[in-house]
Design a protein around this ligand. Structure first.
Ligand SMILES: *Cc1c(COP(=O)(O)O)cnc(C)c1O
Length: 402
């Protein structure tokens, strides 16, 4: 492996040369079932013909013009995103963390525009993940990500997961907003109770705070709804998106209501690449597919089938799988043995998955996966569980569990 890449990732020694649908191929012809989707990115699988068309067509027209000029594809994408959500306005970036930065700046600027610049703090939740910029790691609050990087960006108050009393206590005269993922992805596919999200909405209304949903992982049909907030019946003021918006092309977005965005006037924010014609062409192509009749219904049907099969696997392997969680095709298996053991055993079965917090393995197939491919994955997951049981059988008998 290259010694010239900054070694911040413990990469698996595996390179894929080609992708097609839910399959990834190595140079020597091995075929892997992709249940990572580039961490919830490749929602339409690999090399979806409509996306390839849109990207190559745009590549022959114009790649980049900057935000000093109108970008019609971006105007169209923003209009569509607003039509399909609560939002009135969109700012495009190139990543999730940048979308988070925009959301935090917007919330602070909103309070300032209302004549209360002393309100700049944001309440966040333990187990969250919001990205790796300095502000995003401060919002995330994970010591591992903050250690050694100097004083964390000031202005974040973290409270325990879904703890309403702690949330109320954290709100003070300097609070501007509450930031939460409706389902914590990296944190271990932890679904935030809808009643808690409703309580947050009430608190925000009562105290003049903005409610920010980070839907970077949950957005774009991953949960069986276009956005996870629709499941809860709670509407945020600001929402961050990225990952599946470009389905493999880097793009992020910060959506907001007209009211929440009112501090963001000319000159207050910017991005050289954000909303570039290539990204916008791909984003529109993603929506063409996702907004087509029957797309969401199919995701729901597939996810139901998958969850049923996984429940059976859990029953067959109670010493391996402690819990099946998640919504739609954002699925987590909480394990009895270390989660990494299943990730490795699955990779040996040629199905790639990704770990998460709380000893969870995430299963994030492309949303276009067929029932036959789900059945194939289930067979491989079952075999991997059997393999783990075999490895653990001896020590378990001697009373040295996990
Ligand atoms: C992936 C992710 C981010 C960060 O996105 P990047 O594109 O890696 O900066 C932020 N929030 C959530 C919920 C995510 O899943």
């Amino acid at each position: 492996m290259s010694s010239h890449l900054l070694p911040t990732y413990a990469r698996v020694d595996l390179a894929f040369e080609r992708g097609e649908g839910v399959w990834l191929m190595t140079a020597n012809g091995d075929r892997y079932l992709d249940f990572t989707s580039g961490v919830a990115v490749n929602a339409l699988g690999h090399c979806h013909p409509h996306l390839v068309d849109a990207l190559t067509r745009q590549a022959h027209e114009v790649w980049h013009v900057s935000n000093l000029y109108r970008i019609p594809e971006g105007e169209k994408l923003a209009e569509r995103l607003c039509a399909m959500s609560f939002a009135d306005t969109v700012f495009f970036q190139n990543s999730g963390a940048e979308a988070i930065e925009c959301a935090i700046k917007m919330a602070r600027k909103y309070q300032s525009a209302l004549g209360r610049p002393e309100r700049y703090r944001v309440v966040t939740f333990e187990g969250a993940f919001h990205g790796r910029t300095l502000a995003a790691i401060a919002a995330t609050g994970n010591k591992k990500y903050l250690d050694g990087f100097g004083p964390p960006v000031e202005g974040f108050d973290q409270v325990p997961f879904a703890d309403l009393e702690a949330t109320k206590k954290a709100i003070g005269p300097a609070t501007a907003a509450i930031l939460i993922e409706p389902i914590m992805g990296e944190g271990g596919v932890r679904v935030v109770p809808h009643a808690f999200l409703r309580a947050l909405r009430q608190l925000c209304d009562q105290h003049g705070l903005l409610l920010i949903f980070d839907e970077i992982q949950t957005g774009f049909a991953r949960t069986g709804e276009m956005f996870a907030y629709e499941r809860s019946g709670v509407t945020p003021d600001i929402m961050t998106l990225a990952k599946a918006l470009g389905a493999g092309f880097p793009v992020g977005a910060c959506l907001a209501t007209r009211e929440a965005s009112k501090g963001m006037t000319i000159g207050t924010h910017g991005s050289t690449f954000g909303g570039n014609p290539l990204a916008m062409a791909v984003g529109n192509a993603v929506l063409d597919v996702m907004l087509a009749d029957g797309f969401l219904d199919r995701v729901r049907k597939t996810s139901l089938l998958f969850k049923q099969r996984l429940a059976e696997i859990k029953d067959r392997h109670p010493s391996v799988i402690a819990e099946v969680r998640g919504e739609g095709l954002l699925v987590g298996l909480r394990l009895e043995p270390p989660a990494a053991e299943l990730v490795d055993a699955l990779r040996a079965e040629k199905i790639i998955t990704v770990g998460a917090g709380d000893n969870v393995v995430r299963l994030l197939p492309p949303l276009i996966i067929s029932e036959e491919e789900i059945a194939e994955a289930v067979t491989r997951i079952d075999r991997a569980c059997t393999q783990i049981e075999r490895v653990h059988a001896q020590p378990l008998k001697q009373g040295a569990a996990s």
